[in-house]
Design a protein around this ligand. Sequence first.
Ligand code: GLC
Ligand code: CA
Length: 521
Amino acid sequence: MTTEHWWRSAVIYQIYPRSFADSNGDGIGDLRGIVEHLDYLHDGTPRSLGVDALWLSPFYPSPQADFGYDISDYQAVDPAYGTLADVEKLVEGAHQRGMRVIVDLVMNHTSDRHPWFLESRSSRSNPKRDWYVWADGRDGGPPNNWLSSFERCGPAWTRDETTGQFYLHSFTPQQPDLNLRNPQVRAAIREVWGFWLKQGVDGFRIDVAHRLFKDGQLRDNPEPLAAYRRYHRHPELRQYNLDQPESHELLRELRCFLDGHGPGLLLGEVPISDDSRLVEYFGADGMHTAFHIAFWEQPWDAAAFRGTVDRLSALARPDALPTYALATHDIPRTVSRYGLRQARVAAMMMFTLRGLPCVYYGEELGMADSPPERALDVDDRDGQRVPMQWEPTGTGFTTGTPWLPFGRDIGTANVLVQDAAPDSSLNLYRRLIRYRHASTALRFGDYGSLDSPAQTFVYRRRSPEEELLVALNFADRPIVLAIGEGPARLELSTDAARSAGPVSLRSVPLGALEGVLLRVG
Ligand code: GLC
Ligand code: CA
């Protein structure tokens, strides 16, 4: 566990603790549940998934207005999820199996029940008043036209009766934004970094890294845009409430701090779809990597994926690696967006691009979204948070009533059934991860896309030791590709019925919605 750049070849697995495994029958996933399933994630044999790092979504004390992203104590564990001793067991168990653990770091906002905010809101002269962003209203309304990221929440400001001023919240009103320009806040946040590193974690996933600072003069946005979704359709409109230069300064400071503790990882969530701005956040002395947001926003279209991957590759700093995810707790699942067969092709793409693959729990099973009848989440994200389907009845997740109902696909999209089926999505994931681990071209090689017929995406990955070609057919009909000259060997296909063996690069047959990985030479 001492490799300097372990993260460069890591496959990350995102666990949403509430939904992974419940150890005590209260219907809510917890840390012990995760500990009990570490072997599933990596037991050192080809039978397990074989991931290298776990990213845990928040498990800190929280009133759960945003399911843990509203934190009321940064240095503790919510009793629903366990105790600090459980974190210790989890980190130890993961490390024993060769997996790293990164935890969510939410610096933009706290819960409105955090003692800091309770003090801050108590009076205009409270010493912690300036720990949050307070302002007077304008013409009887909010101080400016900024909107909450969640469409349903409306303005990013709420008037507080006690003092008559408005406080800023980029998300729900229960998540007041911290004022990270205040040196005392910075010191308090630094303590949080140190606290979790002392617990043995190997790094952080940085929540909304692009939002940490806002315009000091609180200027109106050129056009107020809410939500990730609407903002992304207008990336050219620079917003005053995000992507300010000071964010980079704070992230560099965090990077220095982390590097001072050993080989860690900073994985940024930077929902900016303008790649030229996204690339400033990772590589060099910024965060190690950041999610490629535009990647998961693409329609099912080969040219669209090629375009977005090539654009980011061309813009990224030398040596910088993006992180590719197909789904998260915020993004609908792959199968629901694209379809079952498409999800297999997408998985081959994610594991063979140049970057870090990040698997959201249950994606390896091809689980679909399953929104409950009554929404719990403010932004309609319940569907992608249904509990992990360990076996067909649900008892593998909990012996009680799950906090969200299981999916209608539980009979097929579950670990027990798929473990035994060689052609299952789970076994495809295992094969892809195993192949990636053994391949220097996939882990460290360069990347270049090749011109190819409509609805195909073909690229080369090359290291000094080996040359691989990946050919993905996005179309629902077979095609024969001429990729080059000379012999090659089919190593892996998303179609389990197809066996490995020699092929000629002059004519590579691809089935409908099939992806193949070829070794050249
Ligand atoms: C991030 C999280 C999301 C949360 C938001 C506010 O985008 O991924 O779940 O609602 O930040 O913390
Ligand atoms: Ca529980």
